[in-house]
Design a protein around this ligand. Structure first.
Ligand code: ADP
Length: 274
């Protein structure tokens, strides 16, 4: 056998290993944290001058008579580029902040939130856009499903997925939104008949600033932060988004959100004494 000495030596050496691992990991974690903090700070700082540019442009555009006709198109190009930049900076800030917050503590405002209400609202809001593209919306929703969560963030999660479904589906297609419920979770799927994602690319869709080649060639659309943001929000709610897709057939994004974070733990706690 090892004997007491052997055991002590063994545990000391494994302790040494742990310390060593801890020491080598720490600088990496620290610089990663610094990088996230930097992204948060930088995007925050970029926001004020951008807002100032936007403000001046708005003032200028309120008085078209003061703009030389030769400059009208240039000014509207500057204005839409500024809008894009503001969206980009705000998305980066959102991601960086949620990552920094995940390290420290959660800052989201959590209340009982109706998933049904959010989806219904988004479908109504996007209906005109779908109609103008002759895309049909189909939805199977379950009323009265609420989860403990941040309503603004959850709205953003679903709106990003619905926006994508609309954007990457050609005219004449369809987008189906479906809610399902199990004992512990609610599942929300967004299924489109769009361009699809190749198997080799599907693992990258949740990466920041990542877009498929086909998407990159289009002038419309975002910069590739929408799905990273959606996934970050799902994770903040202890949930997850998964995707399946076939090129030329369509994509299906599936969100799983636990119905109540506390109820599972409560159940397990009452189960222990038995
Ligand atoms: P964005 O839409 O701004 O490019 P996202 O992060 O929302 O960024 O999506 C990343 C990429 O994933 C998109 O550029 C596109 O290539 C692909 N993608 C996302 N949703 C779909 C979809 N419903 N159908 C096909 N491709 C999609």
């Amino acid at each position: 056998g090892l004997g007491i000495g052997g055991l002590v030596a063994l545990s000391l050496s494994s302790l040494g290993g742990m310390l060593l691992a801890h020491r080598t990991l720490e600088p990496t974690q620290r610089s990663y944290k610094k990088l996230k903090q930097f992204t948060a700070d930088a995007s925050h700082e970029l926001r004020s001058p951008l807002t100032a540019i936007k403000f001046s442009l708005d003032v200028l555009m309120k008085h078209p008579e003061r703009i030389h006709p030769k400059n009208t198109r240039k000014i509207s190009a500057i204005s839409s580029a500024t809008d894009q930049m503001i969206t980009l900076v705000e998305d980066l800030l959102f991601l960086a902040r949620s990552e920094v917050a995940a390290d420290t503590q959660d800052t989201s405002k959590e209340t009982q939130t109706s998933i049904y209400k959010i989806l219904q609202g988004l479908l109504t809001l996007l209906e005109p856009q779908a109609q103008s593209k002759t895309i049909t919306f189909e939805s199977v929703l379950i009323p009265d499903v609420t989860i403990l969560g941040d309503e603004a963030k959850l709205t953003r999660l679903f709106s990003n997925l619905l926006d994508n479904a609309l954007q990457y589906t050609p005219a004449g297609g369809s987008v189906k939104v479906r809610m399902e419920k199990s004992v512990k979770s609610v599942f929300i799927t967004f299924e489109d008949t769009g361009i699809g994602i190749a198997p080799s690319q599907i693992r990258s869709v949740f990466r920041r600033l990542w877009r498929t080649d086909r998407a990159r060639n289009r002038r419309d659309g975002g910069v590739g932060l929408g799905l990273s943001i959606a996934q970050a929000i799902a994770q903040q709610h202890n949930g997850k988004i998964t995707v399946s897709s076939r090129i030329g057939v369509g994509s299906c994004f599936r969100v799983r959100l636990p119905l109540a974070k506390a109820s599972v733990e409560q159940f397990e706690m009452t189960a222990i004494p038995l």
